[in-house]
Design a protein around this ligand. Sequence first.
Ligand code: TXA
Ligand code: MG
Length: 327
Amino acid sequence: MRTRIVSIHDIDEIVEALRQDQLVALPTETVYGLAARAGSRSAVERIFAVKRRPADNPLIVHVASAEEAFALASHVPGYAERLAERFWPGPLTLVLPSAVDWPWVQAGHPTIALRVPEPGYLREVLRQVGPLAAPSANLSGRPSPTTAEHCRADLEGAVPLIVDGGACRRGVESTVVDCTGAAPSILRPGPVTAEMIGSAGSEVGAPGSAASPGTRHPHYRPRARVVLVDGPSDVDPDGEAAMVISARDAGSAATPGDAPADVSGAPRIVHRVFDSPEELARSLYAWFREADDLGLSTVFVQRVPERGIGAAVMNRLRKAARAGEGD
Ligand code: TXA
Ligand code: MG
């Protein structure tokens, strides 16, 4: 199959492909998604096949508005309405009891995960096509794609259309919130933080029984080993080529620069520096992929405080760091 690359301005082409039940990789504000019409069983089954996604992991359904979202739910608690009002369009996914029977999307669960994404072009597509099921557009187990290049690396030849909208503004996946209980509970931390949910008038409940099915599966990992460190001085590459991702103000003795290809046989260390936890969130998956492309053995990442977006970043980093231990 030939894969064509179009831009976010090619609305007609994107709409036409989706109406024909083709798969389209497209940018959201979080990560790139691999989209198909949610009501089309055959198209959604192709998403699972192309990604090699475990069949028991349900998909998020993207819609143009809160009104459309809540039409797909059989019961919407008041706190979920308030969260939608405050954070949609945006990087928040609400899990609600489903009013539709789409087992191919829900993977057998009685609930449905719903989100109104931020980009205007995408909401226009959703207005024209209707609800779209879209997981992240990576092969299962690979880091989520945050550029069209990442989508090509994983899906070239397997999907007919990739929409290039540049790098995603957020870089980590949406916050997934279980809205089936008396209070919201966070199944997957993301850009909408527990503090933000609290400030919208909702006390965040203890993790409920409806644990996110996806959290059981290995996630977010590069091929390289991921090691968390408190600072550059803790880095011990042990003779192997490595990437060191650290805060600019981390206080290393020398300003990090990429060591040139070394004639003495010393291991190559590639440095990547972030100025804020937001920048780490935006760049993390791209750096993971770069480390793999460079054939590096280990990625050392400096921990960030578990506040704001830092909670989501540390969640992904811990999963990546555990991945080698048969998680
Ligand atoms: O930012 C995002 O959420 C991106 C963009 C493309 O929207 N999508 C994304 O999808 O990250 P995916 O499939 O990679 O992750 C969806 C997560 C999984 O952990 C899945 O288990 C959970 O949402 N999920 C989906 N439906 C659910 C449900 N009914 N109950 C509980 N968790 C659900
Ligand atoms: Mg994913």
